[in-house]
Design a protein around this ligand. Structure first.
Ligand code: PEP
Length: 261
């Protein structure tokens, strides 16, 4: 049985300048330290805006905080005439371990389709980053096709472009649950995460499916995190709004204290 260490990822979206980012990381770290929470039990990853990454990196590294961090997007290109874009190599040089790809806000605001998500995922892996591939259905999709069909189709398209041994994280984020305060039920999350794991087994290998962390995201808070993490195929959470409050995010990270085995 592969040990999938839970991953709690905080997507800050377009919030916090670099000074507020430093203050956040320090307060968050103190809060966990005060609570005597062993940070090895859960992997914590912060996803600040590009302009904050260097500050987050130096704060984490100089204080030996042990949090991972990453970017919210990257260019599908390696380098060159792509004004405003940031390459995977640039992010890797800053110590990023992860990069979020295909978040529904990018799919909506920037018309990113599955082909772009695939190209960005390939670029991330080529740069040594672990892509956090976001998939999820809108409320219309849910009504028309049920919960799994769209996220499964989105993931399948990306996986066909990858080598079977690629390291990835998958985040199931129903679009209707993001920022709405209306989270999926733990059973809904479990059913779709299990379907996504089955696609990984088909398109990559059963071993990859067993080793890959599948996260749930959408209105996760300290009051509901434990109910998701009790589910067999939910290996962590991608947290938006609640990751901007250091005390609340620290409570989310401490979910093992509330999960009854
Ligand atoms: C997100 O943006 O990835 C997200 C899950 O947001 P929220 O937690 O605010 O719903």
């Amino acid at each position: 049985m592969v040990d999938r260490r839970p991953l709690i990822a905080g997507n800050w979206k377009m919030n916090f300048d670099h000074l507020r980012a430093i203050a956040f990381v320090q307060k968050f770290a103190w809060t966990l330290k005060d609570a005597k929470f062993p940070t090895t039990e859960v992997e914590v990853a912060l996803f600040p805006p590009f302009t904050d990454i260097r500050s987050v990196q130096t704060t984490i590294e100089s204080d030996g905080l042990g949090f991972a961090f990453g970017a919210q997007d990257l260019s599908p290109f390696e380098s060159g005439a792509h004004t405003g874009d940031i390459s995977g190599e640039m992010l890797a040089k800053l110590g990023c371990r992860y990069v979020i790809i295909g978040h529904s806000e990018r799919r909506q605001d920037h018309h990113e389709d599955d082909a772009i998500v695939s190209a960005k995922t390939v670029a991330a892996i080529a740069s040594g980053l672990i892509p956090v591939i976001c998939v999820g259905e809108t409320s219309d999709d849910l009504e028309k096709f049920g919960a799994s069909a769209v996220p499964v189709g989105q993931l399948r398209e990306v996986l066909t472009a990858l080598k079977p041994d690629a390291e990835i994280v998958v985040a199931y984020e129903p679009v209707w649950a993001i920022g709405s305060g209306q989270a999926a039920t733990p059973k809904q999350a479990q059913d779709v995460c299990a379907a996504l794991r089955a696609v990984i087994a088909e398109e990559m290998s059963p071993e990859a499916a067993e080793a890959t962390r599948v996260l749930y995201g959408g209105s996760v808070k300290s009051s509901n995190i434990a109910s998701f993490l009790r589910e067999k195929d939910v290996d962590g959470a991608l947290v938006g709004g609640a990751s901007l409050d250091a005390e609340e995010f620290a409570k989310i990270v401490q979910f093992p204290r509330h999960v009854i085995a």
